[in-house]
Design a protein around this ligand. Structure first.
Ligand SMILES: Cc1cc2nc3c(=O)[nH]c(=O)nc-3n(C[C@H](O)[C@H](O)[C@H](O)COP(=O)(O)OP(=O)(O)OC[C@H]3O[C@@H](n4cnc5c(N)ncnc54)[C@H](O)[C@@H]3O)c2cc1C
Length: 424
């Protein structure tokens, strides 16, 4: 006989990736009863570039994660338009002067264990597939299942707040009608691992052009590539492309990847013998592609809310930061006596996302519309990269590495630009 389990909790978080674990950690720290449910059993893999910009490193520090011994990097090495230029991460008031790379197998395991240490209850191996609503359509819980057939166990959770942190599939958000917005950018990217002498080097390499032979003398392939050193002689190598609408570009990633990597320097060792695991791809939802981020008992966060940056495909830092904003909003909401008061207080969550990332992501939508045209991308790469002062600004812009207040001239230019455009 299938067994049935019932739980009551303050906050039910579905998905224990960076977004879910961060929210669970911050909520549990406030003494909130949090139940974090994931269909996977940790440690589990996630298709990702494993890159952590200073913004992500800073979020980890705020959470109190001990990153001693993690692979650090000094900045971005950008290759394209006949240039090969290093851009160090600047040391800033609000951000450290280094980035990191950590395999998601390890990173997500550490984040979820951290949330548990902070007091969250973790339930693994349960797929949550259905919201429970009251007669007004308000979300009051969710139903899940572990296993199938005779051995299936069903779960029913009742909670004051349900959070969809279930990644790009956004199952609960979709079932509540929060479907992906048509005109928000969507990227697709693929990655694998290699053993390589680059594994212990200091720079995250970014190839703005992919060639199937000698650069400038062979065929230009669509997409952009990266090589991120992970330490212990391993690198994460991948490529992706972005489209300004939800209809993501459909490229033959495997073929492009092969043509690109076969022609990279032989000593880097990107051969089938050195490859560790298959090339796997996934989508990156960007620029708040699902809304609202809170309504009637259901909050959405991380990839489920399309929080990935359109500038660089970074989704970990915004997912971690969103957990912080969500918990802050709930801290006020939980003391409210009425549903109306609760909902009003929870509005602080979308408001914080808008304030921190709204204008910035609107700029990102313009950026994507430009770079999806290869001729514009090529001209920017060729003429922009060697301009030192311009690139300092671009580097801050692309990595979300600008100060939100004060800072230098570049910070203030980006702040002004992000303010003059309407929020995404
Ligand atoms: C190829 C590629 C490269 C990338 N490179 C980078 C990078 O270098 N740096 C960076 O910052 N970002 C990168 N990203 C983006 C980044 O991976 C995501 O933005 C990030 O993982 C979002 O975190 P999340 O917690 O929202 O979702 P996820 O990390 O996807 O976690 C979602 C969790 O929810 C669980 N889940 C899903 N559905 C259910 C369900 N119905 N019931 C229960 N559990 C469920 C899943 O098992 C999973 O554990 C990359 C993405 C791709 C595809």
């Amino acid at each position: 006989m299938p067994s049935h389990n019932q739980h009551e909790t303050d906050v039910l978080i579905v998905g224990a990736g960076p977004a879910g674990s961060s929210a669970a950690h911050y909520l549990a720290q406030q003494g909130v009863q949090v139940t974090l449910v994931d269909k996977a059993v940790f440690p589990r893999d996630k298709i990702c570039g494993d890159g952590l910009t200073p913004a992500a490193v800073n979020e980890l520090a705020l959470m109190g994660i001990n990153t001693d011994g993690w692979m650090r990097n000094l900045g971005l090495q950008v290759v394209g338009g006949g240039h090969d230029i290093k851009f160090p991460w600047p040391e800033q008031r609000s951000l450290p002067g280094f980035g990191m790379a950590r395999s998601r197998m390890e990173l997500d395991e550490e984040l979820v264990r951290h949330a548990v240490k902070s007091g969250a209850e973790l339930i693994e191996g349960v797929t949550v597939n259905e919201l429970i609503t009251d007669h007004d359509g308000r979300v009051i819980g969710a139903k899940g299942q572990k296993g199938r057939g005779q051995d299936a166990e069903t779960y029913e959770y009742r909670a004051r707040l349900v959070v969809d942190a279930g990644g790009v599939a956004a199952r609960l958000a979709t079932s509540a009608g929060r479907t992906a917005l048509e005109k928000r950018p969507m990227a697709v990217a693929a990655r694998t691992y290699f053993t390589s002498p680059l594994g212990d080097t200091d720079w995250m390499i970014s190839h703005l052009e992919l060639w199937d032979g000698k650069p400038g003398e062979s065929n230009l392939l669509p997409g952009y590539g990266w090589i991120f050193p992970l330490g212990n002689g391993r690198v994460n190598v991948g490529l992706g492309s972005v489209s300004s609408t939800k209809a993501a570009t459909k490229l033959p990633y495997k073929q492009i990847f092969q043509a690109w990597t076969q022609n990279l320097p032989e000593e880097w060792g990107f051969t089938p013998e050195n490859q560790d695991g298959p090339l796997r791809s996934a989508a990156l939802p960007m620029c708040f592609n699902r809304k609202p981020q809170y309504h009637a008992g259901l909050a959405i966060t991380g990839d489920a809310a399309g929080l990935v940056s359109p500038f660089n495909g970074e989704g970990i830092a915004p997912a971690l930061a969103a957990g912080r904003y969500l918990a802050q909003a709930y801290a006020s909401a939980r003391s409210r006596q009425t549903i109306h008061g609760f909902d009003l207080a929870m509005e602080a969550y979308p408001q914080a996302l808008k304030q921190q990332l709204g204008g910035y992501y609107t700029l990102g939508r313009i950026f994507v519309r430009l770079i999806e045209k290869p001729q514009i991308m090529r001209a920017c790469t060729k003429y922009g990269l060697p301009r030192k002062h311009l690139m300092k600004l671009v580097h801050k812009l692309l990595s979300d590495g600008y100060e939100r207040q004060g800072g230098d001239l570049n910070d203030r230019i980006i702040q002004t630009l992000a303010k003059v455009v309407p929020s995404a």
